[in-house]
Design a protein around this ligand. Structure first.
Ligand SMILES: NC(=O)c1ccc[n+]([C@@H]2O[C@H](COP(=O)([O-])OP(=O)(O)OC[C@H]3O[C@@H](n4cnc5c(N)ncnc54)[C@H](O)[C@@H]3O)[C@@H](O)[C@H]2O)c1
Length: 283
């Protein structure tokens, strides 16, 4: 029997947030694993340099930089159109780009000098909420949907109907959630977006398998990237690391390894926590 694992060398991948901490580690792992081509999507101006360095390291032009905003439909279409024209169907997608807009849901301000002045309330800014949902939930779902569409279109062109189990798996999507999906104080928008990915994953899995595209969701714990470091050393040391079994930040390469495992192994479905044994305590 031939190996059931997905042979990444047959696949073209798109990774959003590809120049960030986890995205970078993942693109590197995919390139080393022999993936045919990677669309490295990010708005960061280091994206091109990162791709050039990676291509030099692996000795082939595997990483292709696309700089833009993941929330823009025309940019997304440009990326898929370009990759499809150069390499054929895009069958692996890891939409990892995300933003943090932390803040408590409710704040009470009692900055009065006089006891008679009544306290005021401040709710989490709803524009920040919408922006977080747009980047962290809507955008990844649309990059994933466009990947399913790419595979579906390629199948139709080959005269294939609905995927059957005797066929090879044709594609895989790994959404990047967060342990905050289970709730995290100060992250009302971020955790809502990440929890929303759970519903999206279930539906993508059900619809995608018609075309042989699997969908998994990885929930990373606190990982040593710009995003986690932005929380500040004190918060990491006092509030976060003591609530993990490993008592350290996860290395991006550890998340990348888990994503590659989930992409390659066709029996993996559902949700995978890669969280260093995180056990949140209420604050
Ligand atoms: N670092 C952690 O502790 C942690 C924990 C759980 C989940 N995650 C998730 O892992 C993923 C990767 O995060 P990271 O830690 O590598 O963060 P990061 O900040 O290092 O990387 C995120 C990348 O996304 C890019 N990006 C953000 N908004 C974009 C936009 N609108 N268009 C294009 N690019 C955009 C940024 O430029 C950046 O390069 C995210 O989905 C994040 O929510 C991270």
């Amino acid at each position: 029997m031939t190996t059931p694992f997905m042979d990444l060398s047959e696949h073209v991948a798109v990774v959003t947030g590809g120049a960030g901490g986890i995205g970078r580690a993942l693109c590197t792992a995919l390139a080393r694993a022999g993936v045919r081509a990677i669309g490295v999507v990010d708005r960061d101006e280091q994206t091109e340099d990162f791709c050039a360095t990676l291509n030099e390291e692996v000795g082939r032009t595997v990483a292709h930089a696309y700089r833009g905003d993941v929330a823009e439909r025309s940019f997304r279409e440009h990326v898929f159109g370009d990759l499809e024209e150069q390499f054929g169907c895009v069958s692996v997608c890891v939409p990892a780009a995300a933003i943090l807009r932390d803040g408590y849901g409710v704040k009470i301000r009692s900055d009065s000098d006089t006891a008679s002045q009544s306290p005021s309330i401040e709710l989490y800014d709803d524009d920040s909420f919408r922006k977080t949902i747009e980047i962290n939930l809507v955008a990844p779902v649309y990059w994933a949907l466009r990947t399913v569409a790419s595979v579906a279109l390629a199948r139709v062109r080959r005269g294939c109907g609905v995927w059957t189990p005797d066929e090879h798996i044709e594609g895989a999507v790994a959404l990047i959630g967060s342990i905050s999906a289970a709730g995290n104080s100060g992250q009302i928008a971020y955790s809502s977006a990440k929890a929303g990915l759970e519903g999206a994953r279930s539906t993508l899995a059900k619809e995608g398998i018609r075309y042989g595209v699997r969908c998994v969701l990885i929930h990373p714990g606190f990982t040593d990237t710009t995003m986690a470091r932005s929380l500040g050393d004190n918060r990491l040391r006092n509030d976060i690391l003591p609530n993990t079994q490993l008592q350290r930040l996860i290395q991006p390469v550890e998340i990348a390894d888990a994503v590659c495992f989930a992409l390659r192994n066709p029996a993996v479905s559902g949700v995978l926590n890669v969280d260093a044994g995180w056990h949140a305590r209420p604050r």
